[in-house]
Design a protein around this ligand. Structure first.
Ligand code: PLP
Length: 519
């Protein structure tokens, strides 16, 4: 059969879009080119012109038609081009893209999708992390200090953070370093920041370190996790203080470490151990002032601890989270500064000095551990934000860091004195304050143990929310007490909170007080 002669293909009609729907409002805040871009984009997204043959009018025609300048039209069209809504054909004009960008971005909803409800298998590691909270309670963050809640422990006065200075320095580093701040960066951390921290620690914390020993981390928790993962195998033992910073217990559990809680006496952590007790591979301490009891580790205990670590090839993790805020006498040198045997992993954070949301801190590692720390960090999340690190480096080198510490120490000293005086006047019948030399918290011991449940109930109801000391205890059986924070509240707020607590205690029906202690 003779082949059918193929007909010459008819030239497809190129319809020019009129864009009659475009309505531009000259008095609106939104610039005209943005309005034009948005309205054309929405029209294209609606799908009426996506057969690949719709041509756009020339920018001159569109400008004349809409009574706007050609540069306004060009701005709108170039954005549509850049996002993939339009394509140019040299010599023929501008056309609507055959496939709009949405088609590459939006996944199809699977039809007839029926989710199967089955409880997820959760790892033992996740289950082992001690925490009673569930679901959305985690969203309150570590402290649960929302608006209207006061005297929560460990909260710094973030409203004093010098936002304007920070923003200025941030803009400066972005201008100076530009795209270099947008790339993946050093796993050890910004070199300028490491130099700045090394200088600060040698000058003020009597540390002995150089910048190559410093690894910048996302706060103390990460410092602990990296250190534990580097020096302990799962199942090996770490000593921690009891009572202790609750995140230490959680983080070490996450690292698979066997925790042995050690009591605290008036010198700090108790080193004595029974023969059966396995030797620790790491000992976590807060020597500047113990969290939460506030004891400053004595010089004698410091040397005993270092000798123990050296004799048993153990590392000491020194958490120096808020040593800057001392109110009585000069600080003792850090353990790191008096360690001759490279046993101390020293770590600090800006959470108390500046604000916790920055998630920045540092580890000063014994030289032989640095590479392993960096390796673990690189496998974890690579590094902290280069922009925030560079900004902090400037903040320190230009003197703002030290000046902020001095200003905050003075402010906290004033708030602390006021808190102690008011507390003793208003609540002295119920509590005995144990005033520490440093820090943002004060422990208040109950005069009558049987009041514990009542006070716990009241504090949770009225939003004046110290933590029960028992919350931080693992095995320690201490007398009932509450840990109050004073740093984040003004004198007026402190007074109001204490008056509220005193009056709630006065008016609370005693017959509801069935005094058994619970956590
Ligand atoms: C003992 C101790 N270490 C460290 C921190 C802060 O840790 P991060 O740097 O993870 O915020 C706190 C906060 O309350 C603390 O109490």
């Amino acid at each position: 059969m003779p082949k059918k002669k193929s007909r010459p293909q008819k030239r497809r009609r190129r319809s020019i879009i009129a864009f009659e729907m475009v309505r531009l409002n000259r008095t609106a805040k939104e610039p005209l080119h943005e309005q034009l871009y948005r309205q054309i984009r929405d029209e294209l997204k609606a799908g009426r012109f996506s057969d690949g043959s719709s041509r756009l009018p020339s920018s001159r025609a569109l400008a004349v038609d809409r009574g706007i300048s050609r540069s306004t039209v060009r701005l709108a069209l170039s954005k549509l081009h850049a996002e993939g809504y339009l394509r140019s054909k040299p010599g023929s004009g501008t056309f609507v893209a055959t496939l709009l960008p949405e088609s590459f971005l939006t996944a199809d909803q699977p039809k007839g999708y029926q989710p199967i409800q089955r409880p997820a298998r959760i790892s033992d590691r996740a289950k082992a992390i001690p925490d009673r909270r569930v679901g959305s309670q985690f969203d309150l963050g570590a402290t649960g200090a929302g608006p209207g809640v006061s005297l929560v422990a460990s909260i710094p006065a973030v409203d004093e953070f010098p936002i304007a200075i920070w923003e200025r320095l941030r803009a400066q580093v972005l201008t100076k370093k530009g795209v270099n701040l947008l790339r993946y960066s050093s796993n050890r951390g910004d070199i300028d920041l490491r130099k700045a921290f090394a200088a600060y620690l040698c000058d003020f914390r009597a540390a002995r370190c150089h910048p190559d020993q410093i690894v910048i981390v996302a706060g103390m928790q990460q410092a602990m996790l990296i250190s534990a993962m580097a020096v302990l195998n799962p199942g090996e033992t770490a000593w921690i203080e009891d009572p202790c910073y609750q995140q230490t217990r959680r983080v070490l559990t996450l690292a698979g470490v066997k925790i042995i809680p050690k009591p605290i006496d008036e010198h700090g952590i108790v080193i004595a151990r029974s023969r059966q007790e396995p030797l620790p591979r790491m000992i976590y301490v807060t020597p500047s002032h113990q969290f939460p009891l506030g004891v400053t580790m004595s010089f004698q205990r410091r040397t005993e601890l270092l000798d123990f670590a050296s004799a048993h090839n153990t590392f000491i993790f020194e958490d120096d989270y808020d040593a800057e805020f001392r109110f009585v006498g000069p600080p003792l040198p850090s353990l790191q500064g008096i360690d001759n045997a490279n046993r101390v992993i020293y770590a600090g954070t800006v959470s108390k000095i500046l604000c916790p949301s920055l998630r920045l801190g540092y580890i000063v590692a014994p030289e032989q551990l640095v590479d392993s720390f960096v390796k673990i960090r690189s496998a974890m999340d690579q590094h902290s934000s280069p922009t925030e690190q560079a900004t902090l480096a400037r903040f320190i080198t230009e003197g703002f860091f030290l000046s902020h510490i001095k200003r905050m120490r003075k402010l906290y000293a004033e708030r602390r004195d006021f808190f102690i005086k008011q507390f003793n006047e208003l609540l002295g019948d119920h509590f005995t304050l144990q005033v520490p030399e440093a820090g943002l918290n004060i422990v208040a011991w109950l005069k009558r143990e049987e009041d514990f449940q009542m006070i716990k109930r009241i504090t949770s109801e009225i939003g004046v929310r110290p933590s029960a000391l028992s919350f931080f205890c693992i095995q320690a059986k201490l007398k009932p007490a509450f840990v109050f924070g004073f740093a984040a509240w003004t004198l007026t707020q402190i007074r109001q909170s204490l008056v509220k607590l005193a009056s709630a205690l006065r008016n609370y029906p005693r017959d509801l007080n069935h005094g058994r202690q619970s956590r």
